[in-house]
Design a protein around this ligand. Structure first.
Ligand SMILES: Cc1cc2nc3c(=O)[nH]c(=O)nc-3n(C[C@H](O)[C@H](O)[C@H](O)COP(=O)(O)O)c2cc1C
Length: 222
């Protein structure tokens, strides 16, 4: 069994997958385990919608159409605009991905092709969509969704699966709703692309950076 520390160390975003399908029972096992995640007052605000086969293919196709047609994104979650150090980290990530993928900064066509991959769940054979009921107020529930999302990604490793948490996949909730029946009464917050990693895919070599601990931690009473 995969050691928890090793799982945390080895988890990384996977942006290229083998076409092999992931059996439903495997995904069920991961979700059952991940539902052990903590949540504020054990409210368990998460709901999962798992898509594969023809359904995920239809979502991929219509996500791409929406993107290419210039449709205004309408995600159910607040869209951040980053600045300062956060913006810099975002840029550093993009630079590194484009370097690995051999995409030149000025190559608008290839950059657009790369963006489309995100809207196609990086061609993963399955995706887990995470939603929450609109009746839930405040913001603690968003924290809980984050906890369960990370746990899904860690649990997936035990089955040889890779994941990529993806806001891109749920940028057009109307597409998701059309193919899954998720009602307007639920907010569709995040997607997780999931499948067997293609280790030959260049972007999967990415080792994303982290801020040194001393820059983000203060110690008191030691
Ligand atoms: C809330 C959230 C949304 C994300 N959305 C995307 C996305 O839309 N596209 C993408 O390629 N990666 C996305 N990521 C993955 C991050 O880029 C990735 O976690 C980060 O760069 C750190 O790299 P690592 O996961 O390989 O450690 C998202 C991650 C999180 C937590």
């Amino acid at each position: 069994m995969l050691d928890i520390l090793e799982a945390v160390r080895s988890r990384k975003s996977i942006r290229g997958y083998k076409p092999d399908l992931v059996p439903r029972e495997v995904l069920e096992g991961i979700l059952n385990l991940a539902a052990r995640s903590p949540s504020a007052m054990n409210t368990q605000p998460w709901e999962f919608t798992v898509v594969s086969g023809g359904v995920i293919d239809s979502i991929r196709k219509e996500n791409t159409q929406a993107l290419l047609s210039g449709e205004a994104p309408g995600p159910d979650f607040p869209v951040e605009s980053y600045s300062g150090a956060y913006k810099q980290r975002q840029v550093d990530l993009a630079v590194e991905i484009f370097r690995l993928m051999g995409i030149a900064r000025e190559d608008g066509v290839k950059r657009m092709e790369w963006m489309q991959r995100g809207f196609r769940f990086f061609d993963a054979p399955a995706a887990i969509l995470i939603s929450a009921d609109r009746s839930i107020e405040g913001s603690l529930w968003l924290f809980d969704l984050g906890a369960v999302t990370q746990t899904i990604c860690l649990a997936a490793l035990e089955c040889g699966l890779g994941t990529c948490i993806e806001a891109q996949g749920v940028t057009f909730p109307r597409v998701i709703r059309k193919h899954t029946g998720i009602p307007e009464s639920k907010k569709i917050i995040m997607s997780i692309a999931i499948g067997y990693p293609d280790w030959e895919f260049p972007a999967n070599r990415l080792e994303s950076g982290r801020e040194p601990l001393e820059n983000i931690t203060s110690w008191h009473g030691f």
